[in-house]
Design a binder for this molecule. Structure first.
Ligand code: SME
Length: 152
């Protein structure tokens, strides 16, 4: 099946999952599992914007599928912190070419991070890693942005 066809199906399933449930963590958990299983990615999960000990906001590990990962990421740090700071999707074809990339897993080769918006603010990011170079393109960005848009 083509990537786009998988996403069209995935988006339908994501809608029906989120429709019947209002809890953010439950929805993040099921969406991470749905995207991960359907697309066969290496790591799929959410980092949620939360205040740290000093009160400064940071990204804290949320529901995910895949190997264990870094728990806290600062604003502007790594691909996740960059997507959060810019408020836009970041596609990294080769993580070794991204200055400041945070290597949670040495197996990760390419990555996409999509901001999750609520009330005009980025409240989380969806982070996906692949074990292959150049996995993600505009098609992933378009559909993943629609999927995280379900949180609105
Ligand atoms: N590589 C990410 C960190 C999170 S892990 O990939 C799960 C980054 O550079 O922000």
């Amino acid at each position: 099946m083509e990537k786009q066809d998988k996403y069209v199906q995935l988006l339908k399933e994501a809608r029906s999952l989120v429709e019947g449930e209002s809890d953010m963590i439950a929805n993040m958990a099921n969406l991470a599992a749905l995207v991960h299983e359907t697309m066969g990615f290496w790591w799929t999960g959410f980092y949620i914007v939360r205040p740290g000990k000093d009160g400064v906001e940071q990204l804290v590990l949320g529901p995910f599928q895949g190997p264990i990962a870094c728990t806290r990421i600062g604003l502007g740090r790594g691909v996740c912190g960059t997507a959060w700071q810019r408020g836009e999707t970041v596609i990294v074809p080769d993580v070794e070419q991204f200055p400041g990339h945070i290597a949670c897993s040495s197996q990760s080769r390419s990555e996409i991070v999509v901001p999750v918006w609520r009330n005009g603010k980025v409240m989380a990011v969806l982070d996906i890693d692949s074990r292959h170079l150049n996995t993600f393109n505009e098609t992933d960005a378009i559909y993943l942005e629609q999927i995280v848009g379900l949180f609105h």
